[in-house]
Design a binder for this molecule. Structure first.
Ligand code: FAD
Length: 488
């Protein structure tokens, strides 16, 4: 049985196991880990396996920030398994070949794996099922490891997924995730199964200088501190850009060093309004995962097309837009200015520079920089999503692509034409300008909210600061966007 009460998806049957293999993917923890617990319950020994998958390397999905965080996670997982008498086995290359080789070495009839949501994860599962069936071995796929509620567990009448968050949240809140599992006390790993050396953060270059540390130990410490000091005031403070009043747990949720099931249970147990607001955000995560699981094409194609003919520096995206006619270079320059935090709109530039420095950005910053790129500059959302994916330590196919689509108006937002005005956003969510001054040193001397409109400062002062002039007038961007969407 899997943990959601439904039968495990099993490829074929074989004699009772002695050693089982657990393939870790986005679930790099020992606490609340259904595949590990099931493997230990059915075998005398296990091989905890992680494969540095060549296919992911080939598509260039993981930038240096996520590779570094992953290296921390693997090192910590290895330590935690060693504390229990085991170790992590790491291999590199073709994932299916490596799994087969390890199962043969360990003479293991069973493989345990957490269910994934992306097209790639579905494909990986299918290839493993076929290969294992050919070898006479079994595949057990466990739900509710990567999300709190498995995609497809709650659906509206007549559809395979919810396209609107509100009704999903109501159903999700009612169904209550499975019980939390403790970490195993002992893990026995056969000595003869070979492992490659673990990757190390120190071997990587091009990292964001302020990148967070990864690993389950770090994740649990951060989570406990958040429960103690942050969660109860989350609702009132989470949008304040300068306050650091969100959990910063997103990379831990992405790599699975923390279990979303455990977080939901423990947050609910606090029964404070702040904790309830936090649980609602965890539901947004499940929401986007169930959309992607049902519509894997939404990783690259519009979930709901609006007939956009986006501007893009990449001719493959949308070369024939009348708005970009004759100006491929200017689109590329607009995108570069946005990426480097030189648009001349301080709140946009502050957020983009936070991304460069930390490999992470506040949610309000993500919303307003995505609105600026897709609506004010009218650039294809895929261009922005690719840039975020390259840098974000929490870069996640479901959350990133579907939030980008939400803001571009091609996703699940019920107000697809909303445009966030960066000056008003700045004044509202950074009223004193502290966030801008933290990330845009050119404007450090400007006091208070005046920092959001540097073009209103006297010209000699502007010249002294050396901060760029706005890339374009907001009204001009709005006109172009409305014309493109046929809004008059
Ligand atoms: P908190 O506010 O403390 O929230 C707790 C957790 O809830 C987060 O860690 C996250 O797992 C989840 N969550 C919160 N908001 C959302 C949301 N809108 N959608 C989905 N899950 C949410 N999140 C990612 O994890 N990876 C991404 O690649 C990603 N890309 C984004 C791109 C854009 C354009 C936008 C607008 C949002 C994106 N988000 C992404 C969602 C959100 O911005 C981050 O999850 C959040 O900022 C992470 O900070 P935190 O952990 O402090 O969040």
């Amino acid at each position: 049985m899997n943990t959601s009460g439904k039968p495990s998806r099993v490829a074929s049957a074989k004699a009772s196991p002695h050693t089982s293999v657990v393939l870790f993917t986005s679930d790099l923890r020992v606490h609340d880990h259904p595949p590990l617990r099931a493997a230990l319950a059915g075998a005398d020994a296990v091989v905890p396996l992680f494969v540095l998958d060549r296919a992911i390397e080939d598509i260039g999905f993981a930038g240096p920030n996520r590779k570094a965080f992953l290296a921390d996670c693997l090192a910590d997982l290895d330590r935690r398994l060693r504390d229990r008498g085991g170790r992590l086995v790491v291999r590199g290359g073709d994932l299916v070949e490596q799994v087969r080789a390890v199962m043969a070495e360990a003479d293991a009839p069973d493989l345990h794996l957490a269910a994934g949501v992306s097209r790639y994860a579905h494909d990986r599962e299918r290839r493993l099922r076929e290969a294992l069936a050919a070898d006479g071995r079994r595949l057990h796929v466990h739900d509710a490891v990567i999300t709190a509620v498995p995609p497809g567990e709650v659906t509206p009448a007549g559809s395979d997924h919810f396209a609107v968050f509100g009704p999903y949240f109501r159903r999700w809140s009612g169904c209550g995730p499975r019980a939390v599992l403790g970490a195993p006390r002992a893990v026995r790993v056969p000595d003869h199964v070979r492992s490659h050396p673990l990757p190390a953060r120190e071997d990587l270059t091009g990292l964001s200088p302020g990148l967070a540390r990864g690993g389950e130990s770090e994740g649990r410490a951060r989570w406990n501190a958040w429960l103690r000091d942050g969660i109860d005031r989350y609702g009132e403070r989470h949008d304040a850009l300068a306050d650091d009043a969100t959990s910063k747990l997103s990379p831990h949720l992405h790599f699975g060093t923390l279990s979303p099931v455990e977080l939901v249970h423990r947050a609910r147990a606090r029964a404070t309004p702040g904790a309830e607001d936090f649980v609602r955000q965890l539901c947004w995560r499940d929401f986007h995962h169930q959309v992607l699981a049902a519509r894997p094409r939404a990783a690259t194609a519009d979930y709901r097309t609006r007939g956009d003919r986006w501007r893009s520096p990449d001719p493959a995206d949308s070369a024939d837009s009348p708005d970009s006619a004759g100006s491929a270079d200017s689109v590329a320059e607009d995108v570069r200015a946005w990426q480097e935090g030189r648009t001349g709109y301080p709140i946009v530039d502050a957020a983009m520079r936070q991304l460069l420095h930390e490999g992470w950005m506040h949610n309000r910053g993500r919303l307003l920089t995505a609105s600026f790129l897709t609506k004010t500059l009218y650039v294809d959302w895929r261009v922005g999503a690719r840039h975020f994916q390259r840098l974000l330590v929490d870069g996640d196919l479901a959350n990133n692509q579907l939030n980008w689509q939400w803001m571009a108006g091609t996703g699940t937002d019920s107000r697809p034409n909303r445009v966030l005005n960066p000056v008003l956003q700045g004044k509202r969510y950074d009223p004193d300008g502290a966030y801008v001054r933290r990330w845009v040193p050119e404007l450090r001397e400007v006091r208070g909210a005046a920092v959001h409109e540097p073009w209103k400062l006297p010209s000699e002062e502007r010249a002294r600061h050396g901060y760029p002039e706005p890339l374009l007038e907001l009204a001009e961007g709005l006109r172009r966007f409305k014309r493109a969407r046929g809004l008059g």
